[in-house]
Design a protein around this ligand. Structure first.
Ligand code: GLU
Length: 468
């Protein structure tokens, strides 16, 4: 095996990319990317009845949204069936596997008898040591010759050494009688051929590891480093379900969570680096290692996700955030923002991104940029625009005509106006907010004025002063 780290994500395309799958992909991505390694994608589409191209597409889209880029083209496991069969035949030729001609009825009878005698019902085929000269001309499966005594130790990076008694392993089928390979063989052959060095996956696959190990050993192949990670639970400690927010990655995109926040949150689901909660991709790549993975199930917590997303939005580069906002609008089927407003949005981004946890929240604050004159104030804003307030706005306008259009200039003008009229600035801020945005939740009035510019600001205030 070369020194380069190679990981993979191997989803079964039977549904969308769920939170658990996304987290598994992220861990593999972080591990590889943090070590200059490769992150590969294999679509485990051998179950022809349950696998669909739509699911494959949803998984690729979900990974793309999350920014988990993979190396090379995705590999279809199904398309490699001939290679899997070839390995089964290689094991047969080497005497590490055998043809078993037992019928379903014979196997059922074996189990029945074992049960009656209180023995293990693991099937023991009489064909394991049969002389090939006695083989009938009949359908057969190829079974591996499992070790019958001793034990198999899985050196797991998360669970520690997991020991399985070999007398609990049966001679698993490698190739069915119709010549199709079983899933367990496909996984091992693919991981080997793809040069996978590290396998990080859910601990529901731990039992499979013992059986997969038999194939590695029989082929004389290096066993990859395994890390079986605990599954994700809901906040109540029960297995994560839809009720808890176990939605597809695309749903999170549609809810408007930024991908960087999602990555940060998913990385914290079962992995930690000291007390660090908020971190960048570069930090996560540098820090991610097996010793930070917990042994007990992580709990999904929507509040924490939102909190981290808010921090990522606040710290994001303005241009990158605008780009992601546009992708969000597209994903939700909303109309794109026109060119002129895009320019304004870009200018406004610095004051929109404070305290917005999601893109819908950011868009709400951006209403003052997105809306066209004359604004239609919502109910709360309309209440701010009573006769007295409209009078105040009317009187303020000439002062703004002459103000120097900087934060300091605007602050000076408005506070001296407030002093002159003996009103508190707060009394002016509400109506101003309503006039400039038609909303109650907005960036500061000075930020809005600066973004909108003198002409538009005054026009909006005049609209509001006239009343609707
Ligand atoms: N296809 C399996 C799954 O979606 C993963 C198999 C593996 O990682 O070895 O659960």
């Amino acid at each position: 095996m070369s020194d380069q780290v190679v990981t993979r994500f191997a989803p079964s395309p039977t549904g969308y990319l769920h939170i658990g799958g996304a987290r598994t992909a992220l861990f593999n991505w972080l591990y590889a990317r943090g070590r200059g390694g490769k992150f590969l994608l294999r679509i485990e589409d051998t179950d022809r009845e349950r696998s669909t191209p739509e699911a494959t597409e949803a998984i690729l889209k979900g990974l793309t949204w999350l920014g988990l880029d993979w190396d090379g083209d995705p590999i279809s496991q199904f398309e490699r069936a001939d290679r899997h069969a070839e390995v089964a035949h290689q094991l047969l030729a080497a005497g590490k596997a055998y043809k078993c001609f037992a019928t379903q009825d014979e196997i059922a009878a074996f189990r029945e008898q074992a049960r009656a005698e209180g023995k293990s019902t693991l099937y023991r085929s009489p064909w394991r040591d049969a002389d090939p000269a006695t083989h009938p001309d009949a359908p057969f499966v190829i079974r591996i010759k499992a070790p019958q005594d001793g034990q198999t130790v899985i050196r797991d990076q998360v669970q520690g050494d997991v020991t399985i008694r070999n007398d609990q392993l049966d001679d698993m089928i490698l190739l069915r009688s119709d010549g199709t390979p079983v899933y367990m063989l496909a996984v091992v052959v693919d991981d080997h051929d793809m040069g996978v060095t590290h396998v990080i996956r859910g601990d529901d696959h731990l039992n499979n590891a013992a059986r997969q190990m038999m194939i590695y050993q029989a082929m004389g192949w290096d066993v990859p480093t395994w890390a079986h990670i605990p599954l994700i639970h809901g906040p109540d400690g029960k297995k994560l379900s839809k009720r808890h927010g176990a939605l597809g990655a695309e749903e999170y995109q549609k809810m408007g969570y930024p991908a960087a926040g999602m990555r940060n949150y998913l990385a914290r689901l079962g992995w930690s680096h000291g007390d660090d909660e908020f971190f960048t991709d570069d930090q996560a790549k540098a820090w991610f290692d097996f010793d930070g993975i917990g042994k007990s199930p992580a709990r999904f917590d929507l509040k924490k996700l939102e909190n981290l997303c808010g921090q990522h939005i606040a710290q994001a580069d303005d241009a990158a955030l605008l780009h992601e906002l546009q992708a969000y609008l597209k994903a939700t089927g909303a109309a794109p923002v026109d060119a002129a407003k895009t320019v304004l949005l870009r200018t406004a981004m610095y004051c929109l991104k404070e305290r917005a946890k999601t893109f819908p929240e950011l868009i709400e604050k951006a209403e003052f940029v997105l809306a066209d004159r004359p604004l239609q104030p919502d109910e709360k804003a309309a209440r701010q625009l009573d006769t007295v307030s409209r009078g105040i706005l009317n009187e303020l306008t000439p002062h703004l005509q002459n103000a120097s259009w900087t934060r300091d200039g605007l602050e000076a003008v408005t506070s001296s106006f407030a002093e002159e009229k003996e009103i508190k600035f707060g009394k002016m801020a509400g109506p101003l907010r309503a006039a400039l945005a038609g909303r109650a939740v907005t960036p500061s009035v000075f930020d809005m004025m600066l973004v909108l510019g003198r002409e538009e600001t005054i026009a909006r205030i005049e609209d509001a002063a006239k009343g609707g």
